[in-house]
Design a protein around this ligand. Structure first.
Ligand code: ADP
Ligand code: ADP
Ligand code: MG
Length: 659
């Protein structure tokens, strides 16, 4: 076994690898970027090396710096985790050239599977069924169009260099192909530096079922059964489980054999995942699954396999890389019960899953019988530089319904404050009927998006509270008690407030009644608001004889109130005079979060119609298209391509006019 390893990663996966290494008596070193200088992974490792700037290419993606750090710490081997350099054959080669061990497969195997086109061709020749489609080199648009029609719509175009669901587009009709290709190529170029595309038949009721494989240096290859990762949003996994519901012994054997054949075809060493797509329009059948791709690394969702097999996959990775044979034979591997994993992200489901940033003020998860793999702790910042994953929740039970019950309760009992999270969405998803009955498919989330992301419209008391809070700190610094105190000194005072909420404007009158006490007139009734206590951004408020705990988050032009697990967003048109009209509210295109302006699709004087895309922003690895709120004329454009903008920045202003 190694004396010391360097982990070239961050977040939960770095922490998870450190845990196993320490259990095995292996010392650990890790690297951190500027944004991660106080990060958990750097604290847990025996030593941590500052590797460079916050941008991934200046740190976690720098082959040179990672190898330099490994040498500096005297590590014998490098674990790449997932993402970053994990599937970079050049990196694996450079590690070996530096006299270190790469904890992963041989560079040749990474290369063979790194491109989906080459991988499909290879698998086809190894007798593994592949998704029907085109995976040639010729990228002539006319040729691609011809191939798409031959395959038959709908088709899926995906970058041959792809990963993490990025750059993929489902195309329904021939007319949509050119624009979809353009967008997909742009995204692929930015994410992978390569914009060649594959075209595949789009399967209509598919399930994503993948098989965990493991090989060693002695010619042994086993599989550790399947995982079902069909619950996806935009081709990214949301909740995963193992084993796959409805799996028959025959199908499991067929998939396991195909996965092992795939691994043997490239003399595979270490942990890998063979991803299949199964057409379940007529149930699960051994002749209805196809190879999609092979990921030559540890997968995000590997813990569900650990939960049902009792194997520590990171331990196996370390042993195999150190030259030991696989600890178990195929016949010694068994499935015990059922497991689920839910990915907890800092994203706002109700706002199109917008990734969020922020400092985690509080993070509470149930402890009993739940595994939490987190890369952050209370007080840490979710920055815009990396994926907004907060934690993974993994549960195990004797059977599917027990395990799912544990998941739902654990999600309900979890609480994250300081940043938005998808916990509410995950909780609803864990109760979704088709999923509960064991019939997930990759379209389930999309079909049920509205129900899964719906938040009840704010009650009038919440709107009233927002009205009071919108006045705080405007003229007297940020402390509401201060402001409220001043109000008190001035005696009974009132102000008019206009708020935008859920697409409409509310006009309210706020009257100060005493210290921390207000009466809000919303045109229908008078709502009493009394502030009881305050801890940071969390307020205890009494209204209509009921006490509620509210978390307040402020942006330049917005106010977000979180209570009872729901986020309610309010736009503050003009906090000082409260005379904003409907038009003024929709007339400013505002950056919803910090990010880069990628494309400016409009110019001064242009006539735009409602819904027209005006600005494409990139924030936290996601592309956001900001559209016109109504038919109008562009008055001015305040953003230019490549510009970094902060949250609340006005990017475009519109004025009245016909499109
Ligand atoms: P797959 O490649 O099959 O999607 P994983 O789910 O294991 O496999 O994710 C692979 C990589 O994609 C990981 O490196 C992860 O960091 C990245 N990734 C996954 N989800 C997201 C996301 N929502 N945003 C950005 N990157 C993501
Ligand atoms: P990535 O490398 O980005 O993970 P994959 O090829 O693994 O790309 O595809 C990601 C997801 O997209 C799959 O899990 C599946 O849900 C969906 N998908 C991929 N290919 C098809 C297809 N041919 N038909 C329908 N859905 C597909
Ligand atoms: Mg994949």
């Amino acid at each position: 076994m190694f004396g010391k390893i360097l982990i070239a990663n961050r977040g939960e996966i770095a922490c998870r690898i450190i845990r196993t290494a320490h259990r095995l008596g292996v010392r650990t070193a890790t690297v951190y970027s500027d944004a991660d200088s106080g990060a958990l992974h750097a604290e847990l490792a025996d030593e941590a090396i500052r590797i460079g700037g916050s941008a991934a290419h200046e740190s976690y993606l720098s082959i040179e710096r990672v190898i330099e750090s490994a040498k500096r710490t005297g590590a014998d081997a490098i674990h790449p985790g997932y993402g970053f350099l994990s599937e970079n054959a050049e990196f694996a080669e450079a590690v070996e050239a530096a006299g270190l061990v790469f904890i992963g497969p041989q560079p040749m195997a990474i290369r063979a599977m790194g491109r989906k086109d080459a991988a499909k061709a290879l698998m086809e020749s190894a007798g593994v069924p592949i998704v029907p489609g085109y995976h040639g080199d010729d990228q002539d648009p006319d040729l691609l169009a011809g191939k798409a029609s031959e395959i038959g719509f709908p088709v899926l175009i995906k970058p041959r260099a792809g990963g993490g669901g990025k750059g993929m587009r489902r195309v329904e009709r021939a007319e949509e192909l050119p624009s979809a290709l353009e967008a997909a190529k742009r995204e692929a170029k930015a994410a992978f530096g390569d914009d060649a595309m594959l075209i595949e038949k789009y399967l209509l009721r598919p399930r994503h079922i993948e098989v965990q494989v493991f090989g060693d240096r002695h010619g042994n290859v086993v599989h550790l059964f399947e995982r079902d990762c069909s619950l996806q949003r935009r081709h990214q996994k949301v909740i995963e489980e193992a084993p796959a519901p409805g799996m028959t012994a025959e199908m499991r054997r067929a998939m396991g054999d195909a996965a092992v054949r795939a691994a043997r075809a490239i003399d595979y060493r270490g942990a890998g995942t063979v991803e299949f797509i199964a057409d379940v329009s007529k149930g699960l059948w051994p002749d209805r699954f196809f190879f999609m791709e092979m990921n030559t690394r540890l997968q995000v969702e590997h813990p569900v396999t650990e939960a049902i097999t009792g194997v520590d996959l990171v331990e196996w990775q370390l042993r195999v890389a150190a030259g030991e044979p696989l600890p178990k034979k195929q016949s010694e591997l068994k499935i015990d019960g059922w497991a689920f994993e839910a990915r907890i992200y800092a994203e706002d489901a109700a706002r199109g899953f917008l990734p969020a940033t922020g400092v985690i003020d509080e993070m509470r998860f149930p402890k009993d019988g739940v595994r939490i793999d987190a890369g952050v702790r209370t007080g840490d910042r979710i920055s815009a530089h990396y994926d907004p994953l907060i934690a993974k929740m993994i549960v195990h039970g004797a059977n599917r319904s027990d395990a799912l019950g544990v998941l739902t309760r654990a999600l309900q009992a979890s609480h994250i404050a300081g940043t938005v999270s998808n916990i509410g969405f995950l909780t609803k998803l864990s109760r979704q009927e088709e999923f509960v009955s064991g019939h997930p498919d990759t379209g389930l989330i999309e079909r049920n998006l509205e129900t899964l992301t719906a938040i009840p419209a704010a009650e009038d008391t919440v709107i009233a509270l927002a009205a009071v809070l919108s006045l705080e700190g405007k003229s007297h610094g940020r402390d509401p008690w201060d402001t409220l105190g001043h109000w008190q000194l001035w005696g009974e005072m009132q102000r008019k407030v206009t708020l935008e909420h859920a697409g409409s404007l509310a006009s309210l009158r706020v009257v100060a009644r005493g210290f921390g006490m207000f009466a809000v007139h919303d045109g229908r009734r008078v709502i009493p608001i009394r502030f009881v206590s305050r801890h940071g951004d969390r307020l205890q408020v009494e209204t209509d004889g009921r006490q509620v705990s509210v978390e307040v988050e402020r942006g330049t032009h917005r106010l977000c109130l979180r209570l009872d697990g729901n986020s309610h967003l309010f736009a503050l048109p003009d906090p000082l005079d409260g005379t904003a009209s409907e038009a003024e509210v929709g007339d400013r295109l505002i950056a919803p979060m910090p990010g880069f302006v990628k494309i400016v699709r409009t110019s001064e004087g242009a006539a735009v119609s409602k819904g027209a895309p005006l600005i494409v922003m990139e924030a936290m690895k996601m592309e956001l298209t900001l559209t016109a709120a109504r038919d109008a004329i562009v008055e001015s454009v305040h953003a230019s391509e490549g510009q970094q903008v902060s949250e609340g920045a006005v990017l475009v202003t519109l004025k009245a006019g016909e499109a």
